[in-house]
Design a protein around this ligand. Structure first.
Ligand code: ATP
Ligand code: MG
Length: 420
């Protein structure tokens, strides 16, 4: 019978890879906690309407990348393509937003029907940060500082760079959109098909086009920077001052517009050249209009999301992960057939008395010599051996050629405690 395989673009993460994932995730988590951010969890399925209303009807994500279906009740649901919409929905639904400040984070799988390639998958994972109730550039800088600290912790500071932009208010972008349409209409014949369609629906997305002839046309197009209002200019200027003060270097990229409609004012991306075309490892910005757009009260907000796959790839390529993260055992216990019960009890005692000690008991029997081979292959530093012709236990140092010592079983945890 033919075997059923995984869905294209949806990866299994195997035990050989999970230590690196756990390393990256635990670094992120400890940085987040050091700034007082609290975790929120929300479902992977939401009403399709939530994403349409937040991300935007005429974005790549909603137009062609969502996994949407009718459930048995006829409700149209979608697997979440990103976390911000669900986070706003959940936070507002439970009254976390009204008259409050929140610093939240989440982690989990996201789903987009994209063409799979290195760093781009159909099920991928994000860690996201969302803050609510703070309108000034101080919180913008905080979330950027937090991400910069993470790159330092992961040894990636040299391979990522920060790009920022001011995309103005929604009204600024509408004004700019009109000017852009007027300009592009004069060159309509030279536009690629996608962009011609966008001329009606979402002209700003044309700026993001990857088609070279379209990019060439855009060189002389009006710039968003000439349309952004004074209020957002002041915010952006202060943001830059604060970044300078904090010693964070950045480049202002006037072309940075982001592919989701809810952003306004400040947007940013952390970019790397080490992952080919999939260069954005972390992206975000302000979205002051979204809460109200989803039916809540106007609430200033800023956040970002990073792709864990891309982070893991980067850490791998930069070669900065500590070598010992794949080591998952400290002690491997070898026992002759008649002493397996004693070994099991002893292993339990060790786990109780030496918290954090990682002990694995050989199960399935076998000759002592074969069990010892498994001990060497396990990566443990020590083997504890219970032989048949003895009442004591032997501690064997697996890293130092055959060094060993014999102890009384009652003394084992004390002896191991001084060795680990
Ligand atoms: P890209 O320009 O690479 O398509 P994006 O603008 O669509 O990214 P966001 O929606 O802002 O990305 O998501 C934030 C982060 O999530 C990205 O910077 C990236 O690290 C990660 N990400 C997005 N889509 C994918 C995907 N299909 N596979 C893996 N990671 C992804
Ligand atoms: Mg994308």
């Amino acid at each position: 019978m033919s075997k059923i395989q995984a869905i294209r673009g949806m990866n299994d993460i195997l035990p050989s890879d999970t230590p690196l994932w756990q390393y990256v995730e635990s670094k992120v988590q400890s940085v987040l906690h050091s700034y007082g951010y609290r975790e929120i969890r929300f479902p992977v399925l939401e009403q399709t309407q939530l994403f349409k209303r937040s991300i935007g009807e005429v974005t790549d994500i909603v137009e062609k990348e969502m996994y949407s279906f009718d459930d048995r009740n006829g409700e149209n649901l979608s697997l979440r393509p990103e976390g911000t919409a669900g986070c706003v929905r959940a936070a507002d639904e439970h009254g976390l937003l009204y008259n409050q400040q929140q610093r939240l984070w989440y982690k989990g799988p996201m789903f987009r029907y994209e063409r799979p390639q290195k760093g781009r998958y159909r099920q991928f994972h994000q860690i996201g940060v969302e803050t609510y109730g703070m309108a000034g550039p101080d919180i913008d800088v905080e979330v950027i500082l937090l991400s910069a600290r993470l790159w330092r912790e992961l040894g990636l500071s040299q391979v990522v760079r920060l790009e920022i932009n001011n995309i103005g208010t929604a009204q600024d972008r509408r004004n700019f959109g009109e000017a852009l349409i007027a300009f592009l209409r004069q060159h309509e014949a030279a536009l690629d098909e996608d962009s011609r369609r966008r001329l009606q629906s979402n002209p700003l997305r044309i700026l993001d086009s990857k088609v070279p002839s379209t990019q060439a046309l855009l060189v002389d197009a009006p710039g968003l920077a000439d349309f952004v209002s004074e209020e957002t200019r002041v915010h952006f200027a202060r943001l830059k001052e604060l970044l300078d003060l904090a010693g964070i270097s950045y480049v202002v990229n006037p072309r940075l517009v982001r592919g989701l409609d809810y952003y306004n004012n400040m947007v940013f991306e952390w970019i790397t050249d080490a992952l080919g075309a999939q260069g954005t490892v972390c992206a975000g910005g302000r979205y002051d209009g979204l809460v109200a757009q989803l039916g809540g009260r106007g609430t200033p907000a800023v956040g970002f999301a990073m792709g864990i796959e891309r982070l893991v790839l980067l850490v791998q390529e930069a070669g900065n992960a500590p070598a010992d993260i794949t080591q998952t055992l400290d002690v491997y216990m070898v026992a002759a057939e008649e002493r397996i019960g004693e070994a099991m009890v002893l292993a339990e005692t060790l786990r109780s008395e030496l918290p954090g000690l990682r002990v694995q008991l050989n199960c399935g029997g076998g000759k002592t010599s074969n069990q010892l081979k498994k001990a060497y292959n396990s990566g443990a530093r020590l083997a504890v051996v219970l032989e048949s012709d003895s009442e004591s236990v032997r501690i064997r140092h697996l890293d130092e050629e055959s060094a060993s010592e014999t102890v009384d079983p009652a003394e084992l945890s004390k002896a191991l405690g001084s060795l680990i």
